[in-house]
Design a protein around this ligand. Structure first.
Ligand code: NAD
Length: 469
């Protein structure tokens, strides 16, 4: 109530605006007050966000249990800890990130100050997806606060418990005019997208990403689009298949396959296919026992709509492992599909669930060709003991990120830019990359008024310079 009252109080035109317009106006007014410019304010807000994460950990993990059946351990590992690390980094490095960055000078500018000055953009909109509802909203928020922006947060309505906790509790910690949380589904997001922002960072599907970009274009607003796609995983016959399968099983079935950079499908030669199936079977047993349904660390599909979509992808496929489901619990077993033809439906759209198709290829040449014929993925995984083969895959393919001999782990390195390419997105974030993405890197040059003779060669008439020199 206090939050809404404050927002109302800072408006000029109150009732004639939509709720979304009011929130954006209020955030813009807060931004123009200039209070987010000093680094002390940004540090203070980052530390409050840190307090929120520490003090409200139980609220966060409870909401994640309700939304996705995430175990407390998984919530701490994949959402809370990564946020803590990101905030500590921003607090430690803010002064360095925000400082003027001197650049190389030319002979003619040797005595000038030439530097890049990061400056806040203004009002940033962050729209999140439901699969990691905290990380996908708060991780970009950290960089946006560090960069000195006002930020409108729009959590996914699909992970409704997390969204509710965020809306209720975050304003108790942060400057609520500068960082408001907007609730709602598609109509509210569409209304928000009609407003003018200085940057939009969207996480979600490529289909909606196009709508976001279209709306942003009306105001010439730059966008960062963190989208999805089918991330391939090539297993070469020379690698340790047991280790490869353990790492792939972890990457694929964590969060019930609902991870944007989960390996979507496996490519391997027919000669290793059965060993791959056996390796995954053993790893599944190791991780989730013979009864994943009763095992607390195995997640659930987010809702009935996605449950039916994922089951539909399995239709007509040859199931090597798993395949069972329970609608009453939105449970789908970890499932491996074999003999999958490239034109099968499960190979056409992003799976985003616990189905792992194996497509056989003749070798690395065909694997590269297979990958390059499709949309550029968000992540690409290769398992091989040959550095030459790994380098070849890195050189001859394209994807947002590439990781050899493991899955997901590149996400945890904040020094690496995280983002897609082509259909999997544009722009990037994490660590300093978020700060830079949500700053205007302003070109600055400061000259003195002396040494005018040096400038005369560029003033007309042309021969006057020669005389002066
Ligand atoms: P979602 O349904 O939660 O949608 C994401 C956001 O878009 C929500 O806030 C929602 O309100 C909004 N939205 C949905 N439809 C809209 C419309 N028509 N107009 C305006 N706004 C709309 O999430 P999703 O799209 O199901 O998320 C899954 C996708 O996100 C997958 O493709 C996954 O790979 C991708 N993803 C990418 C990343 C990444 O970092 N690149 C991370 C997580 C998920």
């Amino acid at each position: 109530i206090v939050s809404l009252w404050n927002i109302r109080c800072c408006l000029f035109q109150g009732d004639r605006m939509s709720a979304e317009q009011q929130v954006v106006e209020c955030a813009r007014k807060a931004f123009h007050s200039g209070r987010s410019r000093p680094l002390e304010y940004r540090l203070q807000q980052l530390k409050r966000l840190q307090c929120f994460i520490r003090e409200r950990q139980t609220d966060i993990t409870t909401a994640l249990k309700q939304d996705l059946n995430k175990s407390e351990q998984a919530s701490l590992l994949y959402e809370v800890l990564s946020l803590e690390g990101e905030i500590s980094l921003a607090v430690d490095r803010l002064a360095e990130w925000a400082a003027p960055r001197p650049v190389e000078k030319s002979l003619l500018t040797l005595s000038d100050q030439v530097f890049i000055q990061p400056q806040p953009l203004g009002v940033v909109l962050i729209i999140g997806a439901w699969n990691y509802p905290w990380v996908l909203i708060l991780q970009p928020l950290i960089g946006a606060i560090a960069a000195g922006n006002a930020v409108i947060l729009k959590p996914s309505e699909v992970s409704c418990h997390s969204a509710k906790v965020m809306q209720e509790l975050l304003p108790l910690y942060l400057d609520q005019e500068m960082y408001p949380v907007v609730m709602g589904g598609v109509p509210e997001t569409q209304e928000l997208l009609k407003q003018r922002f200085d940057h939009i960072l969207y996480t979600g599907s490529s289909t909606v990403g196009k709508l976001v970009m279209e709306a942003a274009a009306r105001h010439l607003t730059p966008v960062t689009l963190e989208l999805g796609g089918k991330s391939p995983c090539y297993i070469h016959k020379d690698c340790d298949i047991t280790v490869a399968c353990r790492r792939i099983t972890w990457g694929k079935f964590t969060n019930c396959g609902q991870t944007c950079i989960a390996p979507d499908y496996i490519l391997c030669e027919p000669s290793v296919r059965d060993r791959v199936v056996e390796g995954i079977r053993k790893s599944l047993q190791e991780f989730y026992t013979d009864d994943p349904k009763s095992f607390p660390d195995y997640g659930r599909i987010i809702n009935m709509c996605h449950f039916k979509r994922v089951l539909g992808l399995m239709e007509g496929c040859n199931v090597a492992l798993g395949g069972d489901s329970d609608e009453s619990q939105l449970y789908i077993a970890p499932t491996v599909l074999i003999d999958v033809p490239p034109h099968a439906r499960v190979m056409q759209e992003e799976i985003f669930g616990p189905l792992l198709p194996i497509v056989t290829v003749a070798g690395v040449d065909e694997a590269i060709h297979f990958i390059n014929k499709r949309e550029k993925p968000l992540a690409l995984y290769v398992f091989s003991s040959s550095n030459r083969l790994i380098k070849r895959i890195i050189t001859e393919t394209s994807s947002g990120g590439v990781l050899a001999n493991d899955c997901i782990m590149h996400f945890t390195i904040t020094a690496l830019p995280f983002g897609g390419v082509g259909n999997s997105g544009m722009g990037c974030y994490h660590g300093k990359h978020t700060f830079d993405q949500l700053s205007h890197l302003r070109a600055c040059m400061v000259r003195g008024l002396a040494q005018e003779a040096l400038n005369s060669m560029r003033y007309p008439p042309a021969h006057a310079g020669e005389t002066a020199l």
